[in-house]
Ligand binder design. Structure first.
Ligand code: DGL
Length: 273
């Protein structure tokens, strides 16, 4: 595959754009084809078998477009389907769990790591395994936070409703006396950085001091840049193109996506998997 080919990035919906944003900063010359499977969002409440099937559909659609590598910008898919995709595709495939775990291990110190994710990600134990590979001491407190996926897809990012939802989901990270039980909180779902400020503010208000919030997007993008450079697969030249594909509702997707990426998205193509 040519180094001018695009990177294929996918998620169940809007969340993976948090990774696209970091990729455009880390590797501005790369062309990116983003696929949001918003006809079938959320993935995080479904069984591993269904998630694997959806992930195969997304990855094949991107491979058919001639991408040079695939970035799974979804923690749920990275948790349950990464090995299968690697075995099945004749392309490099990378996920978001290992980079996020590495960032968490670096900031948590001796304290347990709090992970907010989808039900599928938390149930899979993927963060526990990824952290165990880095440190034998790190404990995890996982909390499924599925409502945040729906709120993000709706573009309902501030106000009382998201705040109360976040507050409720953060409860297990504090003990009965109100003291924090975690050294950091990982945003273990690519939709959650849309609530990053809110989550950080709620953690700080409750703990009386800031608690680091870790997002895997920047680490993931850094890994991809290093990987492309190592393999002589990086593109040089002018700013790359971003093509956006969705499986439903292109108009409303473009609206929320543009707000989030900070640049209007002129064209969103609707595809059928
Ligand atoms: N953004 C995805 C994740 O990182 C999936 C959210 C969902 O579809 O439930 O897990």
């Amino acid at each position: 595959v040519s180094r001018d080919a695009a990177l294929g990035v996918f998620d169940s919906g809007l969340g993976g754009l948090t990774v696209v944003r970091a990729l455009r900063e880390a590797c501005p010359a790369e062309h990116i084809v983003y696929l949001g499977d918003n006809a079938r969002v959320p993935y995080g409440t479904r069984s591993p078998a269904t998630i694997v099937r959806y992930a195969q559909g997304c990855a094949r659609a991107l491979a058919d477009r001639g991408v040079k590598a695939i970035v799974v910008a979804c923690n749920t898919v990275s948790s349950v389907a990464l090995e299968m995709l690697r075995a099945e595709l004749d392309l490099p495939v990378s996920g978001v769990i290992a980079p996020g775990a590495r960032a968490a291990a670096a900031v948590a110190g001796e304290a347990p790591v709090g992970v907010l994710g989808t039900a599928g990600t938390i149930a899979s134990g993927a963060y526990r395994r990824a952290l165990a590979a880095l440190s034998s001491r790190t404990e995890i407190i996982g909390q499924a936070a599925p409502l945040l996926v729906s709120l993000a897809e709706e573009g309902w990012l501030d106000g009382d409703v998201p705040r109360l939802v976040v507050r409720r989901y953060l409860e297990p990270f504090f003990d009965a006396s109100g003291a924090p039980r975690v050294g950091c909180v990982v945003l273990g779902c690519t939709h959650f950085p849309l609530f990053r400020e809110l989550i950080a503010a709620e953690l700080a208000a409750r703990a009386g001091r800031p608690i680091p919030v870790v997002d895997s997007a920047v680490e993931t993008a850094r890994d991809i840049r290093a990987f492309l450079a190592d393999r002589a697969m990086a593109r040089d030249g002018a700013t790359g193109r971003l093509d956006v594909l969705v499986t439903d509702m292109p108009r409303s997707f473009a609206d929320v996506a543009g707000r989030f990426l900070g640049t209007p998205i002129e064209h969103v193509e609707s595809i059928d998997l």
